[in-house]
Design a protein around this ligand. Sequence first.
Ligand SMILES: CC(C)(COP(=O)(O)OP(=O)(O)OC[C@H]1O[C@@H](n2cnc3c(N)ncnc32)[C@H](O)[C@@H]1O)[C@@H](O)C(=O)NCCC(=O)NCCS
Ligand SMILES: Nc1ncnc2c1ncn2[C@@H]1O[C@H](COP(=O)(O)OP(=O)(O)OP(=O)(O)O)[C@@H](O)[C@H]1O
Length: 305
Amino acid sequence: MPIKQQPSDCAAIDEHSVAYYSELAYRAMLAEVNLTPKPGLVDRNNCGAHKDMELEDFHRSALAIRQWLPRFIEFGACSANLPAVDVLIGLRPIGIACETDMFRATAGVNTHKGSIFSLGLLCAAIGRLHTLHRLITPELICSTAAAFCRGLTERELQSTINNHKNQPSQTAGQRLFQQLGLTGARGEAEAGYPLVIQLALPHYRDRLAQGIDPELALLDTLLVLMAHNGDTNVASRGGPSGLSWLQQRAKALLCQGGIRHPSDLRHLHDFDQECIQRNLSAGGSADLLIITWFLAQISHSNYQH
Ligand SMILES: CC(C)(COP(=O)(O)OP(=O)(O)OC[C@H]1O[C@@H](n2cnc3c(N)ncnc32)[C@H](O)[C@@H]1O)[C@@H](O)C(=O)NCCC(=O)NCCS
Ligand SMILES: Nc1ncnc2c1ncn2[C@@H]1O[C@H](COP(=O)(O)OP(=O)(O)OP(=O)(O)O)[C@@H](O)[C@H]1O
């Protein structure tokens, strides 16, 4: 499809701001994958329910993605003159090139496809807000990302139902929308990341304010996401019953008090083993946890541009 409008050349965003936000996004990916023990997901203890990837693949993948993070921010900064809804068409080739580098780094394994999509959108939103001299807050970043994605679920999920029904070219996300109505990574982005803004981020901040260890607070926040997210990774592996089981299991753990003390980690070890047995992995919630950590650092920082 031809690009309707090209972003004009713009005075590039200053390199310190680009470096600062890129580094936070890179560290967010590391904070998530190193966090242990996570039910069903790859972590420092094990590969969870995954047979084709391990911790080192995620470290290599994050390093490959790191090179692209400044490009997302710069694109967002340089396209700030365009209507928000016209930004995604220019951002996508950068996201796809970044995905290609990720697959090269992992010999073809999907470690961070969903993370690239979401971090790419948020980084571009930061660039746009910077150029427009707006405040860079979690809420404004997510509402800007939502504006980039307006119409995305209609274009790529709803309208593909009739055009591509049962086609092998369908992605997992398109198939799950058709079968279960889940809108996945696209729906969460288009809605402005409500699970992060309304649930996970306030929960993480509350736990930190209560003096809970940051790693335990992040694990507890992962449970909140798992309890509420219509995660297409879980549904693709376990169907609707697998998704419902995982959500209920996470809710039950939270009702028991969640993860507040090191002794609570035994519940996560049990949950991990159950996910491995059922071949369930909450990759979408892991992606949202990356975003939660990233936005939490931004709301804590006094960074001035
Ligand atoms: C839109 C994408 C994610 C489509 O993938 P797909 O159709 O398989 O969709 P799906 O919703 O199943 O998600 C893919 C990944 O997102 C993550 N995910 C799953 N569920 C959720 C959820 N509820 N919320 C957030 N992320 C989720 C998972 O990691 C999953 O593997 C993407 O691959 C794509 O189009 N990439 C091109 C790069 C791009 O557009 N970049 C633009 C911004 S940088
Ligand atoms: N620590 C993690 N462990 C596993 N997945 C993660 C982790 N962090 C993020 N993810 C997300 O989960 C997705 C990978 O999930 P999964 O391997 O289930 O997907 P897939 O490759 O599409 O499916 P399958 O492996 O069933 O063929 C990635 O796109 C990534 O963004």
